[in-house]
Design a protein around this ligand. Structure first.
Ligand code: BG6
Ligand code: MG
Length: 212
């Protein structure tokens, strides 16, 4: 029986995925590399350094570790600037209602995000207090599709993986949920490979409840 719902952040609770893409595109272009929406699908859910490695590999460019840190830092500075004005108005449709509905039915709520700004973002969105456990990019090592992020969340909440459902917009996140032995619910306009269920968005909290 599902007791915990773990939410990915970027692209599920808030449309920050577009800012990650714009900033990676800008960085890639400064290196003479062009990245499109299709390639960006592969970057979703992937950590900052792993994303940079994938972009450099695409362009066949090698950099030292020091140069890579500098590039990743530049991308992050641009990204943080995009977050400046973020507020509860940026929550995707139905997110707050969904979190409140889950609370009222005594489900526990977790965050499972690869972003090192994960906690900062949910604070800016005004929903931090609704989470029982927060795992962001500072709290685990291995990037999705490794299940570590979600297993860490389950452990923090004291439940077995089979008692967790994961909501994800990224192929890597669905793979991570499956690898962790959790119910994998894809969110977004397109179905994701391997998902157990699909929701176009969170606009109807009861559609989610029906899957749990
Ligand atoms: C994920 C995003 O949530 O976080 C990725 O889907 C992003 O696009 C990753 O690269 C890491 O984010 P950050 O904020 O730590 O650079
Ligand atoms: Mg995402």
């Amino acid at each position: 029986m599902i007791q915990v719902v773990i939410f990915d952040l970027d692209g599920v609770l808030v449309d920050t995925a577009k800012y990650h893409f714009i900033c990676w595109q800008r960085l890639a272009s400064s290196l003479g590399i062009s990245i499109d929406e299709e390639f960006n699908q592969e970057l979703k859910g992937v950590s900052r350094m792993d994303s940079l490695d994938m972009i450099l590999a695409l362009g066949g460019i090698e950099k030292t570790d020091e140069e890579k840190l500098e590039l990743a830092d530049t991308k992050n500075k641009w990204y943080l600037r995009c977050l400046n004005e973020l507020s509860s108005e940026d929550l995707l449709e139905g997110v707050e209602e969904t979190l409140l509905e889950l609370k009222s039915r005594e489900f526990k709520i977790g965050l499972g995000s690869a972003s090192q700004s994960g906690e900062y973002v949910i604070k800016k969105l005004g929903i931090y207090d609704l989470f029982d456990a927060v795992v962001d990019g500072n709290g685990f090592q291995k990037s999705k599709p490794d299940p570590e992020v979600f297993l860490t969340g389950a452990q923090k909440l004291g439940v077995a993986p089979a008692e967790c459902a994961v909501l994800e917009d990224a192929p890597s996140g669905i793979l991570a949920a499956i690898a962790g032995g959790m119910l994998a619910i894809g969110v977004g306009s397109e179905p994701l490979p391997g998902e157990d269920h699909h929701l176009n968005d969170l606009s109807n909290p009861l559609s989610l409840i029906a899957l749990l």
